[in-house]
Design a binder for this molecule. Structure first.
Ligand SMILES: Nc1nc2c(ncn2[C@@H]2O[C@H](COP(=O)(O)OP(=O)(O)OP(=O)(O)O)[C@@H](O)[C@H]2O)c(=O)[nH]1
Ligand SMILES: [Mg+2]
Length: 319
């Protein structure tokens, strides 16, 4: 067997050269929280930051995967390399849940310029959002011009994941009233582009009007969120959607908000990783350290309140 150092160097070399199998292997490493995976990301990190990352979110079954499949065709016609990462934060059985996505994107599997992946586990350090970022970085390093992230739903977990995107596309379909409510109530951040897919549906224009209504309540300066009608199953509106995504990226690049956005997301990432490491260490202490058990006994006996106990625990850790 070759020495681990050598294989790691070889893997990063192949990854940087755009080798699909090396990319697959690398993502599995970070997904499994393998130290080799983290080392790999460390090594290729200076070569990242080039890819345009678009995130697609929205309720189940609105047509996100079909739409992404069409966009993949679109960017391939322009000779761009593309990677797709599907994530399902709500399901512990990710593999099965994403099977449908894989089938819908299957025609692209043989194209060497397309890499499609679903995230099957959380990765133990940090969480799904961290694992997503690592995977995106690896895709970026392997020379992909475009990365499309897909995540189902509109909750906080999805927001954390989708934050890794430069452009967030919310995909809805006629009748997605709940999502309109979520936007209105501010449960969900206003996305950069809104798609009303399944525009073959008679209630499409009603839906578009409702969305306009919600957007009119929001900020009126800066980027104006476009609403794009698509019929993904027939490829209608996909060209326009691709244009809007590109325009948005150009807009934020021009305004300097891309750099700002990335800085904010990376800061969140650094904090999340540090917090995850600290948590691991604290949990190990609680298990192993007799005096932590005594501290806990004090809390149980109501002689010490939980917040003071936590402060003492942290003092020992950091001080
Ligand atoms: N009528 C109609 N059906 C569509 C359209 N786009 C997609 N569909 C169908 O809608 C269904 C769901 O499409 P998907 O692309 O899997 O939707 P999704 O949002 O990725 O679904 P999840 O990943 O399960 O949340 C499929 O049966 C598609 O064929 C469209 O424009 N019109
Ligand atoms: Mg899907």
């Amino acid at each position: 067997m070759p020495a681990p150092g050598r294989t790691a160097a070889e893997l990063s070399e192949r990854l940087l050269a755009g080798d699909k199998r090396a990319l697959a292997r690398a993502i599995s490493l970070v997904e499994n929280d393998d130290p080799e995976g983290w080392a790999l990301v460390r090594e290729v990190y200076p070569r990242t930051g080039r890819a345009a990352i678009a995130g697609f979110t929205g309720p189940p079954g609105v047509g996100k995967s079909t739409l992404i499949g069409r966009l993949v065709e679109h960017v391939r016609e322009r000779d761009r390399q593309v990677a797709v990462l599907s994530i399902d934060p709500s399901s512990p059985f990710t593999e099965g849940a994403l099977l449908g996505d894989r089938i819908r994107l299957s025609e692209h599997f043989l194209d060497p310029g397309v890499y499609i992946r679903s995230m099957a586990s959380r990765g133990s350090l940090g969480g799904l959002s961290e694992a997503t970022l690592q995977a995106v970085l690896l895709m970026d390093a392997s020379g992909k011009d475009d990365v499309f992230l897909e995540t189902v739903g509109v909750g906080q977990a999805e927001v954390d994941i989708i934050d890794h995107a430069d452009t967030v596309v919310l995909v809805l379909m006629p009748g997605s009233g709940d999502s309109i409510q979520a936007l209105k109530a501010g449960v969900m951040e206003i996305p950069d582009v809104i798609v009303v897919n399944k525009a073959d549906h008679p209630l499409t224009d009603t839906m578009v009007r409702e969305i306009r209504g919600v957007l009119s309540l929001g900020p009126q300066e800066g980027w104006r969120v476009p609403i794009v009608k698509t019929e993904a199953s027939r490829g209608e509106g996909v060209e326009e959607l691709a244009e809007r995504i590109t325009e948005h990226r150009e807009f934020i690049e021009g305004e300097g908000t891309l750099a700002e956005r990335r800085r904010r997301n990376l800061l969140n990432e650094v904090v999340a990783l540090a917090a995850a490491r600290l948590r691991r260490r604290l949990e190990a202490q609680v298990r192993q350290d007799e005096s932590v058990q005594q501290l806990l006994d004090e809390v149980v006996a109501r002689r010490l309140d939980p917040a003071s106990a936590a402060a003492r625990l942290l003092e020992r850790e950091t001080g």
